[in-house]
Design a protein around this ligand. Structure first.
Ligand code: BES
Ligand code: ZN
Ligand code: ZN
Length: 495
């Protein structure tokens, strides 16, 4: 599917999609839509008792080919005063799913409100439309003659001729920006969706290499030998149970002018999480190809560098391993030493994410990052606490976290901060090492993950995003690429 702007003429076999506000006179809305059909739409709306409730749809067969549109799909937009970007995203998503249910090839969508922050609206519609149209069906033989919606055209309505070009210009800009972020998110979803059999740490590194090449970025792919030399005993311990060699992937973007600051973005890249010897039950393991979603998101972010070129230096780090139960697998009671010299007692091999992130964060510090954001499918506890559409945020710097949360909300990715207390810090004390990799009370599992990671920051500001829930919500067909848009937005707003 492609999202396109106004100037091109809608092709045949098309429908028009329009938002319909609750409690606003039918006639005035009808006029905006299609004067040729005045009276007809009102009649159907009244007959069907369609009220414009948010998300409800009404499909009207026009019986004519007005503007080559055989159908008009009204989508309830709720109360006009309550319209916001999240609602606009929802309307766009319903537009695409309804069009696909109707097996349409081409649709035109009127902007929900021509006066509502136009550029952001067009961008949000574009991102949401690509998100909804996404499919991961490359391994499915196609049985269907319908190959999905082809074009979604966004029409910016303006009656005033002198404003048409102005509106269209801003709208195209929004579509342009939205398409870049949507492509990054699609890349992240493709990575997360790929089965572990095919997306091994080595292959993940190749994907990263391609992204670096396409964006003229520096890339370093560290092998086991390199990591050993650097003392990454924590990262390597996780890889020992697998016959797939680990890869520690580092991509650097440097702006042309003097960098404003140096931001590190670190993504968990466990290409499959069996739990290791603390093995997961089958049900819990079924979705664990998505345990590389953090790495997928940060690689997705780097794929936009050529187009977005932020003003800060950005170091992307994706430690990639498979967590398996082979003969070399880490064992409970093992003690490993991370790159910063700290020792870790391993008491649960399924808490492997923090082990690989420990060395990745220490590496970011060594590279001189001023601030670090890590993104990881880290704990089932976070999913239990916040549900599967919100990411947990934990930090040692509240103002930093606030900026990331705001960037996420603007991008349509919800985040919520969890409190960190000294009792969380106490819970990872070990009798035999500097810390252990799980808490001793079975409480506040998400926060335990954070206080562990914090030990590798050398007091640099860290925002930790736990995306165990939203990376692949229960019942969703595909991983979401969650975090890609939030991180891009953060980099654009604050660097
Ligand atoms: N990859 C999992 C977390 C996860 C769970 C992601 C569900 C997505 C959906 C992580 O490595 C893990 O297993 N964490 C353990 C930590 C525990 C052993 C302290 C967990 O959540 O049970
Ligand atoms: Zn695990
Ligand atoms: Zn994991």
């Amino acid at each position: 599917m492609k999202v396109i702007g106004s100037p091109s003429i809608p092709p045949v076999n098309a429908a028009i999609i329009a938002s319909f506000y609750k409690g606003k006179g039918i006639e005035s809305q009808e006029k905006e839509l299609a004067s040729e059909l005045t009276g007809f739409i009102s009649k159907v709306v009244l007959e069907e008792k369609f009220t414009g409730e948010l998300g409800k749809t009404l499909i009207i067969r026009t019986g004519c080919d007005y503007s080559t549109a055989t159908k008009i799909i009204l989508i309830g937009a709720g109360e006009k005063e309550r319209l916001n970007l999240n609602r606009i995203r929802k309307i766009a998503s319903i537009a695409v799913s309804t069009a696909e249910k109707e097996r349409l090839d081409n649709v035109s969508m009127l902007l929900p409100d021509k006066d509502y922050i136009l550029l952001k609206t067009a961008k949000a519609i574009t991102e949401s439309a690509y998100f909804t149209a996404y499919k991961f069906d490359k391994y499915k033989s196609s049985e269907d003659d319908y190959s999905g919606l082809q074009n979604l055209q966004i029409i910016s309505p303006s009656d005033e001729a002198r404003l048409v070009n102005f509106y269209q210009g801003i709208c195209s800009q929004g579509i342009h920006l939205g398409t870049i972020t949507a492509n990054a998110q699609t890349l992240a979803r493709n990575i997360a969706s790929e089965p572990a059999k095919y997306m091994t740490p080595e292959i993940l590194a190749q994907v990263a290499q391609q992204v670096a090449r396409d964006n003229n970025l520096k890339i370093k792919i560290l092998t086991k030998k390199d990591c050993k030399r650097l003392g990454m005993g924590s990262f390597l311990a996780v890889s020992e149970g697998s016959d797939k060699p680990p890869r520690f992937i580092v991509i650097t973007y440097t702006p042309q002018a003097k960098p404003k600051k140096h931001i590190a973005i670190v993504g968990k890249g466990v290409t499959f999480d069996s739990g290791g010897l603390s093995i997961k039950p089958s049900d819990g393991m079924a979705t664990m190809k998505c345990d590389k979603s953090g790495a997928a998101a940060v690689i997705g972010v780097m794929s936009t560098m050529k187009k977005f070129h932020p003003d800060s230096k950005i170091t992307m780090i994706a430690p990639a391993v498979e967590n398996m139960t082979g003969g070399g697998a880490m064992k409970l009671g093992d003690i490993v030493t991370a790159m910063n010299g700290k020792t870790i007692e391993i008491l649960n091999t399924d808490a492997e994410g923090r082990l690989i992130l420990a060395d990745a964060i220490a590496y970011a510090v060594r590279e001189g990052a001023d601030e670090i954001i890590d993104i990881a499918t880290l704990t089932g506890a976070c999913k239990v606490a916040l549900g599967d559409d919100i990411a947990g945020v934990m930090t040692n710097s509240d103002p930093f976290a606030q900026k990331v949360i705001t960037a996420g909300n603007e991008a349509g990715e919800d985040m919520w901060q969890l409190p960190i207390r000294d009792s969380n810090r106490d819970s990872i004390k070990s009798n035999v090492a500097d810390m252990k990799n799980i808490g001793d009370k079975g409480l506040a599992g998400a926060q335990t993950g954070f206080v562990f990671l914090e030990r590798f920051t050398n007091d640099k500001p860290l925002v930790h995003l736990d995306i165990a829930g939203p990376a692949w919500p229960n019942g969703a067909k595909w991983p979401t690429g969650f975090g890609t848009r939030a991180l891009i937005n953060y980099l654009l707003n604050h660097s």
